[in-house]
Design a protein around this ligand. Structure first.
Ligand SMILES: CC(=O)SCCNC(=O)CCNC(=O)[C@H](O)C(C)(C)COP(=O)(O)OP(=O)(O)OC[C@H]1O[C@@H](n2cnc3c(N)ncnc32)[C@H](O)[C@@H]1OP(=O)(O)O
Ligand SMILES: CC(C)C(=O)C(=O)O
Ligand SMILES: [Mg+2]
Length: 517
């Protein structure tokens, strides 16, 4: 298997993501994690950019022992000198020099003719070579550079002493076929190409950064440049974790591998996301929260029977514990039953499981995901065997900060059918309870009311507990819903049912002041 070198530029191109600014301590923390991940080269920053970045690159250079630490420089002596200063404490220092070669950049940005570009590159690589063994040269915007001129620049860079020539698709313009073809052409036409390493550096403007990097590998690239989580300028860089896992999973096809410690990938991704403040999208390949999560019933069933039905990578490969079967509206009974067993409800019979599953589907229709706590809450509610004398059929609440709140409650009362009442109250919950009191006519007193959120987020389940008193008797009730007013109504009705059950007397319902439906 051919080794592919990994050049991590999270701390340089990654830091060029708009809004990202890493201080020295943060850069060192990420660099040490990259070292654990086993990257071969770390581009720690652009020392000429600011004294702060020079100091940060210097701190990384001193901290890292097992990777080459590199600083970026324009083709100017002052930038090269800044890199010399920055990486001087490194065990294995290197420099990355760049100069744009495409017609657009030559004409509009550098305002240089081809000859000036060649002369400057030659002079600056030779200048850098006096101080560094490891000199990488990048013809910036190589992707839009005339292929024959790119061959000429590459040959010149090799003669001047570059040890790596990097081919940046700076603006993410190329297709995999075109990008791969550049490597093939350089390999076949540039004298001395076998004495250096060829590197790929891609951007994701058209979503092809990883595909382009892989095309480069197929055409002879020795090194891949990229960032963790694919962060970087504009749409970002090649995501290194994607390349590493593509090579690992499809080694049969690529016949090439990195020497990364893949188990550190998840941790590295989390750290970079935390310190850069750039969240990883849920559907991001390899490191997104959903990369090993399955919600639909058919997939969950497949996963429970044999993981490889729906997973091409095992989560432990990247240092995650397990895949997740996320319960939601698309889930089926197999996964639900599995979850019940996980939560310790293994002794439920088929009927109870089916009843709970029905309730779960109702909740899943209203909630994005259903958590363990949601299921516990649902089950504990469902499995209590209190006879349902009163059942909440419908609740409508009208709230306006300038009006007295009102609630319309529709109850189903055993042996009496469906009844409805509208009441006003001091608040929405009070209005609901007034209406229920009027319908049930149980002459109860509300002794306690508490509310808590069972799960996280604005769509969390709210759990309401109430205690009702009737003379010497008291009963607790519990209600769970994504809406706290509905949970309040359910808790009250639940407590009424328990109270009636305790009293072992038939429930009394009053027919005045109510609408029979
Ligand atoms: C594709 C990439 O990712 S390249 C890296 C991009 N990263 C950064 O730019 C981040 C750090 N940059 C900076 O902090 C600043 O741009 C600095 C300190 C480097 C330079 O700042 P300034 O001196 O104010 O110049 P400014 O950024 O406005 O313009 C860039 C100058 O560098 C020149 N330049 C651009 N690339 C190169 C190069 N590879 N070699 C030599 N000169 C270059 C431009 O032509 C321009 O020159 P001019 O001032 O003669 O017109
Ligand atoms: C500095 C160079 C290599 C770069 O980041 C690019 O061209 O994208
Ligand atoms: Mg770049």
């Amino acid at each position: 298997m051919r080794k592919i070198y990994i050049f991590d530029t999270t701390l340089r191109d990654g830091e060029q993501s708009p809004g990202v600014n890493l201080n020295t301590q943060e850069k060192v923390e990420i660099a040490l994690q990259l070292e654990k991940l086993g990257v071969d080269r770390i581009e720690a920053g652009f020392p000429a950019a600011s004294p702060g970045d020079l100091a940060a690159v210097n701190a990384v250079a001193r901290a890292v022992k097992n990777a080459t630490v590199i600083g970026l420089a324009r083709s100017r002596e002052q930038d090269i000198d800044a890199v010399r200063e920055a990486v001087k404490g490194a065990q294995d220092p290197g420099i990355h020099l760049f100069l744009a070669t495409s017609p657009i950049h030559r004409k509009h940005k550098l305002r240089m003719e081809k000859e000036q570009v060649l002369e400057t590159a030659d002079r600056m690589i030779r200048y850098a070579k006096q101080y560094f063994d490891k000199v990488e040269f990048s013809p910036e915007d190589a992707g839009r550079t005339e292929l024959d001129f790119l061959c000429q620049v590459t040959e010149l860079a090799i003669k001047a002493g570059a040890t790596v020539v990097n081919i940046p698709d700076t603006v993410g313009y190329l297709t995999p076929y075109e990008y791969g073809n550049i490597f093939k052409t350089l390999k076949e036409n540039v004298p001395g190409i076998e004495t250096i390493q060829l590197s790929a550096h891609c951007h994701d403007d058209l979503g092809m950064a990883t595909a382009n990097a892989l095309a480069a590998i197929l055409n002879g690239a020795d090194q891949i440049e990229g960032t963790i989580n694919g962060i970087g300028e504009r749409a970002g860089n090649t995501a290194l974790e994607e390349v590493a896992l593509a090579l690992e999973t499809r080694s049969d096809y690529f016949q090439a591998k990195t020497t990364l410690n893949l188990k550190e990938i998840a941790k590295t991704s989390r750290l970079v996301s935390k310190l850069t403040g750039m969240p990883v999208p849920g559907n991001k390949a390899i490191v997104g929260a959903n990369a090993f999560a399955h919600e639909s019933g058919i997939h969950q069933d497949g996963m429970l029977k044999e993981k490889t039905t729906y997973e091409i990578i095992s989560p432990d490969t990247i240092g995650l514990k397990d895949s997740k079967l996320v319960l939601g509206k698309h889930s089926g009974r197999h996964a639900f039953r599995e979850k019940l067993v996980d939560l310790g409800y293994e002794s439920l019979n088929e009927e109870q499981v089916n009843a709970a599953f029905g309730k779960f589907k109702d909740l899943a229709d209203r909630k994005k995901t259903v958590s363990d706590e949601d299921i516990r809450a649902l089950l504990e509610e469902k499995l209590t065997e209190t006879p349902e004398i009163y059942a909440l059929e419908q609740l409508t609440v009208a709230f306006d900060s300038h009006e007295t709140p009102s609630a319309t409650v529709r109850l189903k009362i055993a042996d009496r059918g469906i009844v409805e009442k509208q009441s006003k109250g001091n608040g929405s919950v009070d209005a609901i309870y007034q209406a229920i009191d009027a319908l049930a006519a149980e002459a109860v007193e509300l002794d306690d009311y508490s509310i808590k959120s069972v799960t996280d987020g604005t769509d969390a389940l709210g759990e309401v507990h109430v205690v009702l008193k009737q003379g010497e008797l008291s009963a607790q009730g519990r209600g769970v819903s994504t809406d706290i007013l509905e949970a309040s109504a359910r808790a009250y009705v639940d407590a009424l049912n328990r109270l009636v059950d305790k009293r072992k007397a038939p429930a009394r319902g009053r027919r005045d002041n109510m609408t029979l439906i």
